[in-house]
Write a protein that binds this ligand. Structure first.
Ligand code: NAP
Length: 266
């Protein structure tokens, strides 16, 4: 199975008429799930900094009969986020769902990390989720949208510690907690907020591990004995963006082959 050009899943979820934002859609998981959402009928607005990659992805989606649009977005810049959401609404009409997927890795311990590295990771992975969600929710409330939903991309590392990715792990802990508090605060506006917590998904970003000599040993620590593929996220994502999860909010769904419940005695 190619990890570069995965085929989109259609699981019988009908998102026709729904406009859905995917941040970080220029590569990896966001690139894939933009295709999944479009294949299930959504009009997808792809955001990221690398406009050329977004344009290519939009062409792929529209060639397959999907509806998609790319707009530039730097999630660390609140003015960029504001313009992105305003332009998206102007182009495709009222927005129904936001997938906060953009994220960056970190490769430091708490001792080796510096302020700049901490800020870059926290701004991208955590602060942006709040800012994008705040701006999106303001639009939803103004447009009186029923059934709006936010899906945040957390991580297995939100609940299991790992060395050498200090700011990343802390940021994802924050994303899971933010998901719960936002769910509590947005319920009265009819906005549901949930998160996916993937384990190790085979992407360019995880290639250093999933494609290395360490991969086999690492896979043995995953109860299902394999890394995840993009398609493993499709079902849980479609559940959370659709009415199939109408009574779910504040949930963080693990998609990790059982990694979070790995036995303490291997
Ligand atoms: N892969 C995994 O195993 C795994 C596991 C758990 C959680 N996750 C989470 O899943 C999400 C996607 O990860 P991935 O593996 O697909 O990583 P990736 O291939 O590196 O993709 C990251 C995406 O985020 C975008 N991005 C980064 N900084 C941005 C910014 N300032 N503004 C806008 N977009 C920005 C990038 O686009 P540009 O550079 O073009 O802006 C890119 O499209 C992340 O939140 C990650 O933490 C991944």
């Amino acid at each position: 199975m190619s990890t570069n050009q995965p085929s989109p899943s259609t699981l019988g979820v009908d998102l026709t008429g729904k406009a859905i934002i995917v941040t970080g859609a220029s590569s990896g998981i966001g690139h894939h799930i933009a295709g999944t959402l479009a294949a299930n009928g959504a009009t997808v607005v792809l955001g990221a900094r690398r406009a050329d990659r977004l344009a290519t992805r939009v062409d792929e989606i529209t060639d397959r009969g999907g509806r998609a649009l790319a707009l530039p977005l730097d999630v660390c810049d609140s003015e960029s986020a504001r313009s992105f959401l305003a332009d998206a609404e102007a182009e495709v009409g009222p927005l129904h769902a936001l997938v906060n997927n953009a994220g960056v890795e970190s490769t430091d311990t708490y001792l080796t990390s510096d302020e700049e590295a901490w800020d870059r990771v926290m701004d991208t992975n955590l602060k942006s989720v709040w800012m994008m969600s705040k701006l999106f929710s303001e639009q939803v409330i103004r447009n009186d949208i029923v059934g709006a939903t936010i899906v945040n991309m957390s991580s297995l590392t939100a609940e299991r510690a790992i060395k050498g990715q200090f700011a990343y792990v802390v940021s994802k802990g924050g994303v899971s907690r933010l998901t719960e508090v936002m769910a509590l605060e947005s319920a009265r506006h009819g906005i549901r907020v949930n998160a996916l917590a993937p384990g190790y998904i085979h992407t360019a970003a995880t290639e250093a591990l999933t494609g290395s000599d360490l991969a086999a040993g690492f896979e043995r620590a995953i109860p299902m004995r394999r890394f995840g593929q993009f398609e493993d996220l499709d079902g849980p994502l479609l559940l959370l963006v659709s009415e199939a999860s109408a009574y779910m909010t504040g949930s963080v769904i693990r998609v990790d082959g059982g990694h979070a419940v790995q036995s303490l005695t291997l």
